[in-house]
Ligand binder design. Structure first.
Ligand code: F6R
Length: 612
């Protein structure tokens, strides 16, 4: 969480570069923002609470042309989100911004207080700043001073640091939190948590690795390794263009990203199934077991993967949230494959789980969207989801592309093991071939139904999602989508499990979204729906065209078990989760609109969760 940016140069005004970069980094947190700039021969700090537009407004009368600055957008961890706690922090000669957490800050703070430092904020970052300032009193080589300080910091950090006595240079270091250095064409250079923030100015960048240090001025970039030896680094070129960061006429990034799914999914299936061109040669058919580890929606994608691997490739799979997996006994054998799923490739718990799995000797496969991210670089093998930049905090195309990659992996493995006959393979192949049209159909042709559902549920305090098998996994994700963007309480349950307690919450009018797309489980789910209907629930029943023809149209006495019906296109197990999910995304989106919520930047959240 938190985004950092820095600029040194004479080609652009530092203020403009920092503000435009911070807007792009807002997905990393938006509790407060601030910049430090060299102005009138001193370092000045400007800070505001809330979003970047507040900081921009407060700076609107500042007409100075500035050649150096660092900026920060905050997702609060230590200290409430007010102006005092906002970054940058300045202590004596040192001004800095920080992404990460200094875990031993209280201990360090105590020592510094004894030495006479006075603290103004509740943050761990101010302690780091004061600590570097303290070391600088005796160690005047700035790289050595920063390195010596970092040796005493426990936790994670990406720092951009400026010193009063060298106001044309930015120093940087990172451990666990990401940082890239943007290489300008001439007379300017940048640093940023993420290349997207500086794509308006340059697409050439250097990835700063774990425990590397950088000294950046307008016409030079020097990098030092952890032994403080100067090293040469490759300059990379970003392939995502800045136009991919626009809303392109949609009201929200989330809606734009939902609408990108038909194309994204078509590409994934073409790339990884029709052409079978994973970026590296991948054959996972010989593993005895698979651990899928991820957080949030990525973990939900893993649950769909588990179902497919177990049913079709006959490989046992466990799926766990990374924050639990990293601290348990992982029971990895030398024939365990650990699949790590992450859109951002930077989620702290997921990254830690990857490192532990590697230490314990597991083979690791990362399913990642952000090219060049830490998880993509550290996994033994990486499959990119190629979803393009995802800006809305609530993931849609990111999740969908993860499910699609898992589908191709499970299917390719099942084929390799001889477990899928040619006719079925052909059927799935057609399903993949039609995915663009199928998903477009779900986006475009159900407006009336989504409207009816959202107009009913938006007034309620809580609701339930139920389903069995893959539908259960999809319900978990649908429920999360609704919670995060509409601030409604909802819970997803295995349909058969509701009666073991939670059904006591059903009363007259309680909304229940039931998903039944699997023929084998259809009647069982319908029975569970009826159990809630008998207790007063308002049922939104989601099924497929084939199942409606076979089980609903033909049965006379179906009246009464649902209030609204959504009949979606029928698909195979390998794509049905995607079809249903898109409908649930749109229900969540429309409900959040009716509740007047901040769709792209829901309260308290951040897109890239780089703290544990
Ligand atoms: C929810 C959402 C989160 C992420 C989770 C993992 O809409 O986006 O639950 O899925 O924070 O993030 P990544 O995939 O970047 O590791």
């Amino acid at each position: 969480m938190c985004g950092i940016i820095g600029y040194t140069g004479t080609k652009n005004n530092a203020k403009e570069v920092l503000l435009s970069g911070l807007k792009k980094l807002e997905y990393r947190g938006y509790d407060s923002a601030g910049i430090a700039v060299y102005e009138n021969e001193k370092i000045n700090l400007y800070k505001s609470t809330g979003k970047i537009k507040n900081l921009e407004e407060s700076l609107s009368k500042n007409t100075s042309t500035l050649n150096l600055g660092i900026g920060h957008t905050r997702w609060a961890t230590h200290g409430v989100p007010n102006e005092t706690n906002a970054h940058p922090h300045k202590c004596g000669n040192v001004t800095l911004v920080h992404n990460g957490i200094i875990e031993n800050y209280l201990e360090l703070k105590q020592d510094l207080i004894l030495k006479g430092t006075e603290f103004k904020t509740q943050t761990d970052t101010e302690v780091a700043c004061a600590y570097i300032n303290e070391i600088y009193k005796t160690e005047k080589n700035k790289i050595k001073c920063i390195a010596q300080s970092c040796k005493n910091f426990r936790g994670s950090y990406a720092f951009a640091i400026i010193f009063d006595d060298e106001p044309d240079t930015i120093y940087a270091v990172r451990k666990d939190s990401p940082l890239v250095i943007g290489v300008g064409a001439s007379d300017e250079n940048f640093i940023s948590s993420d290349i997207s923030a500086i794509l308006n100015y340059t697409n050439r960048y250097i990835l700063l690795e774990h425990e590397e240090f950088a000294k950046i001025s307008k016409d030079s970039i020097e990098i030092f390794n952890s032994n403080l030896e100067k090293i040469e680094k490759e300059i990379l070129t970003a392939t995502w263009s800045s136009s991919e960061y626009q809303k392109s006429g949609f009201d929200h990034f989330m809606l734009k990203e939902i609408n990108e799914q038909p194309k994204v999914l078509k590409q994934v299936f073409e790339r990884y199934f029709s052409n079978n061109t994973y970026d590296q040669n991948i054959d996972i058919s010989n593993y005895d077991n698979i651990h899928i580890v991820a957080c949030g929606s990525a973990m939900h994608a893993g649950l769909v993967g588990k179902f497919l691997f177990e049913k079709y490739a006959l490989i046992p799979v466990t799926v766990e949230v990374a924050s639990e997996y990293r601290y348990k006994n992982q029971l990895i054998t030398n024939n365990t494959l650990v699949i790590i799923i992450s859109q951002s490739g930077e989620t702290a718990d997921t990254l830690a789980a990857l490192r532990i799995a590697k230490q314990k000797g597991a083979h690791t496969l990362g399913i990642v969207n952000a090219v060049g991210s830490t998880i993509s670089r550290e996994s033994d093998i990486t499959i990119y989801t190629h979803a393009g930049p995802e800006i809305a905090v609530a993931t849609t195309k990111g999740y969908a592309s993860q499910v699609a990659v898992l589908s191709t992996l499970a299917l390719n493995t099942a084929i390799k093991k001889g477990l899928i006959d040619k006719t079925f393979e052909e059927h799935i192949y057609n399903d993949f071939k039609n995915i663009q049209n199928t998903i477009s159909d779900v986006i475009k042709n159900y407006e009336e139904e989504y409207k009816k559902v959202s107009e009913y549920i938006y007034k309620h305090d809580h609701l339930f999602y139920i389903g069995r098998g893959i539908d259960n996994a999809v319900c978990l994700e649908g429920s999360l989508k609704l919670k995060e963007i509409s601030y409604m309480h909802s819970e997803a349950y295995a349909a058969g499990e509701l009666k073991h307690g939670t059904i006591s919450l059903i009363e007259q009018g309680t909304p229940l979204i039931a998903v039944a797309t699997d023929e084998i489980l259809f009647e069982k789910t319908v029975s569970n729906v009826k159990e809630t209907k008998a207790r007063g629930s308002f049922v939104v029943f989601i099924t497929t065209r084939d199942l409606e023809d076979k089980y609903i149209k033909s049965v006379e006495d179906t009246s009464g078990f649902f209030d609204i019906k959504l009949v979606l296109p029928s698909a195979t197990d390998f794509t049905q989760a995607l079809v249903t999910m898109v409908a649930l995304q749109l229900i969540a989106y429309k409900t959040a609109i009716l509740r007047d919520c901040d769709i792209d930047q829901p309260r308290n959240l951040a897109k890239s969760v780089t703290v544990e």
